[in-house]
Write a protein that binds this ligand. Structure first.
Ligand SMILES: CC(C)(COP(=O)(O)OP(=O)(O)OC[C@H]1O[C@@H](n2cnc3c(N)ncnc32)[C@H](O)[C@@H]1OP(=O)(O)O)[C@@H](O)C(=O)NCCC(=O)NCCS
Length: 173
């Protein structure tokens, strides 16, 4: 038996690690027009997604990539930003996390979908090496759809990195 390679832990449902994070938009978060800076949304999305990845894996996780971040509408000072993060897909040590970002105008209770993001995290062991994470057990049809799309994107990313590696090796030889 190879004791150096930890076994993948038992699978977990998406709901076990889903995260909701809410915060009020302050003046320091906004531009002179009172709209939130995109970088503030990016930081919050990274935090919410990291929390979901850490919950799922039970490990320290690093952001490997931000694959997608689409802004749909502005967020204003005084609004409450609500981020909902959940795992789409997990492979060996990596996890794809989707984040839906909404803004609530507190005076009216009206919520708007302001952005969506997809981020990839890698779980690390105590020596900062990638370590196996639990499988995802998608339960609802939506979770199953996200899982299948996440698996396709994982394969596309792996193929792209492989190509880049081969191109780098060829350029150096
Ligand atoms: C992410 C990181 C741990 C990967 O390390 P590595 O030595 O390249 O690891 P491997 O090639 O063995 O890949 C490990 C996993 O990471 C995934 N991965 C590596 N680079 C990736 C990237 N750019 N995008 C998405 N996934 C990536 C691989 O697909 C693999 O997933 P799998 O185990 O599920 O198959 C390493 O590149 C790193 O530490 N990067 C810096 C992270 C960081 O500082 N983030 C910002 C602050 S948190």
């Amino acid at each position: 038996m190879d004791n150096a390679r930890p076994q993948a832990p038992a699978g977990k449902p998406v709901s076990a690690s889903a995260v909701e994070l809410a915060t009020l938009v302050e003046v320091a978060d906004t531009n002179p027009m009172g709209n939130i800076h995109g970088g503030v949304i990016m930081k919050l999305a990274d935090q919410a997604a990291a929390a979901a990845a850490i919950r799922h894996s039970g490990r320290i996780c690093v952001t490997a990539s931000i694959d997608q971040l689409d802004f749909r509408s502005a967020v204003h000072v005084g609004d409450m930003v609500v981020l909902k993060a959940s795992l789409h897909y997990a492979h060996r040590s990596s996890m794809e996390v989707g984040v839906r970002i909404e803004a609530e105008r507190l005076q009216t209770g009206v919520r708007t979908h302001v952005a969506s993001a997809t981020l990839i995290f890698v779980a690390l062991d105590d020596q900062c090496r990638p370590v196996p994470v639990p499988a995802i057990l998608p339960q609802t049809p939506e979770e199953q759809r996200r899982f299948a799309r996440g698996e396709e994107r994982y394969r596309a990313r792996a193929a792209r990195r492989q190509q880049e590696k081969a191109a780098g090796t060829a350029a150096r030889s």
